[in-house]
Design a protein around this ligand. Sequence first.
Ligand SMILES: O=P(O)(O)OC[C@H]1O[C@H](O[C@H]2O[C@H](CO)[C@@H](O)[C@H](O)[C@H]2O)[C@H](O)[C@@H](O)[C@@H]1O
Length: 270
Amino acid sequence: MSTADNRAFTERTPAIREQIAAAPQDWALFLDLDGTLLDIAEHPWDVRTPPWLPGKLEGIEAGLSGAMAIVSGRPLADIDRLLEPSRFCAAAEHGAEMRLADDREVVGFALATDPLLLAAIEEAVGGFAGVVVEPKATAIAVHYRAAPDKGEAVFGALSEVLAQVGGDRRIMAGRFVFEVVATRISKAQAVKFLLSLPAFAGRTPVFIGDDVSDEEACLFVEEQGGVALRVAGEYFSLDRSAFRSPDEVRLWIATLAGDLERVREGALRA
Ligand SMILES: O=P(O)(O)OC[C@H]1O[C@H](O[C@H]2O[C@H](CO)[C@@H](O)[C@H](O)[C@H]2O)[C@H](O)[C@@H](O)[C@@H]1O
């Protein structure tokens, strides 16, 4: 995409926001967390949420009559902690665990993390200074942001472990991270599933994301006639992106929340 095309594309973000506000009943919004709503930090536990953000997301969720979900690689407990006090419909761990819009029930789509696999991975990468293992309910993330030169070695070590004790699992790359996840889990599958729920069905999906795993969901929503808004960072170049940073995404979110609030007030007055 040329810079001129990118400028034209970036100009679509306010246009899409206005389209959503003009007909909220027609749209569903799927939001990635790290690198999209929240700034990237050196370590997963260093991430901070602007205090006003959960309230704006609640406003959008209400304005879309529940057709909004967080779609993240994070565990559900992390999503809730980062967005407290709010609790949103969420596809956690790339869709391996979902809290549904309808009844807030949590549904699992993958087996629990095998402790033997976790031990094997910890042993395999334990000697790499700066590399951090993040165990999750169904996946294992191995971060090398603090040791960027170790990426290849981490991938090699994980490949060897999976060849021995991996089972039905694959390595998913991300921003300075490799994650071992169940083979069939992906954000595209998660969005597909969410779109089948009553709150989302029949609506045009909009997905906003910044990372490798988000690209699968971006391509899926585009195939469905929806809109993918990519966020620039270590994965998407500026040329491919609708947003230059999470800061721009948050501004878009705050503006959309205000637009939808005015729509709701207008409807109440009418
Ligand atoms: O799908 P997401 O919500 O974007 O989650 C993807 C992974 O995000 C976290 O790791 C990433 O963010 C960290 C904090 O900014 C950063 O230090 C790391 O380099 C990134 O890969 C999280 O720790 C993972 O569990 C998520 O899968």
